[in-house]
Design a protein around this ligand. Structure first.
Ligand SMILES: Nc1ncnc2c1ncn2[C@@H]1O[C@H](COP(=O)(O)OP(=O)(O)OP(=O)(O)O)[C@@H](O)[C@H]1O
Ligand SMILES: [Mg+2]
Length: 170
């Protein structure tokens, strides 16, 4: 399966999606996180890290661009490229090493690093979703590799999420 849309009714659901992605990507992978300011991208990363029992603060590394984590022999890198001026900066930072095969890279604002980033296994786009008086989110998830497809299939089999119709108008 290459595509799934999931209802994220509240912050906990976004955290749960993060946890599920972490469980499905034990061997690493490249995940692009798209969506506007405040969409829920960092919340998803926090959910993933919490599920690995990381107890520290998880903030968007807006100024440092990347935050490395090493948890139970897993290497994770959380990028926030919102303030990236020029993609070449990424080369100077030596980020190529970060993209080793078994590392898990979660990349907020990947658009800013276009041309300097490896191809994504998964693209997760978080969008606002009106739910009566409250505002939830929709996660539109696309797989771009066989690894990504396996993850989408696993998510589709999970009972934790309500799936939304694929062609819902945005
Ligand atoms: N499914 C959800 N329903 C309602 N609110 C949510 C949901 N998921 C996350 N939120 C809330 O939305 C906000 C998202 O903030 P977050 O920092 O995760 O956004 P972001 O996409 O990383 O933004 P930025 O681009 O500025 O880094 C938080 O206040 C969080 O509680
Ligand atoms: Mg963020």
């Amino acid at each position: 399966m290459n595509e799934i849309n999931i209802l994220l009714a509240d912050e906990d659901a976004t955290m749960e999606l993060g946890a599920k992605l972490g469980a499905a990507l034990t061997g690493g992978g490249i995940v692009y996180l798209q969506g506007d300011l405040g969409a829920g991208k960092t919340t998803l990363c926090r959910g993933l890290l919490r599920s690995l029992e990381y107890l520290g603060a998880v903030k968007s590394p807006t100024y440092t661009l990347v935050e490395p984590y090493e948890i139970n022999n897993r290497r994770l890198f959380h990028f926030d490229l919102y303030r990236l001026g020029d993609g070449e900066e990424l080369e100077y930072m030596g980020i190529r090493d970060y993209f080793a095969e078994d590392n898990l890279c979660l990349i907020e604002w990947p658009e800013r690093g276009e041309g300097f980033l490896p191809a994504a296994d998964l693209i997760v786009k978080v969008l606002p979703l009106a739910m009566g008086k409250t505002m939830g989110r929709e996660a539109k998830i696309n797989a771009l590799s066989s690894l990504g497809s396996n993850v989408v299939t696993q998510l589709s089999l999970s009972l934790s999420f309500k799936q939304l119709a694929p062609n819902k108008v945005e």
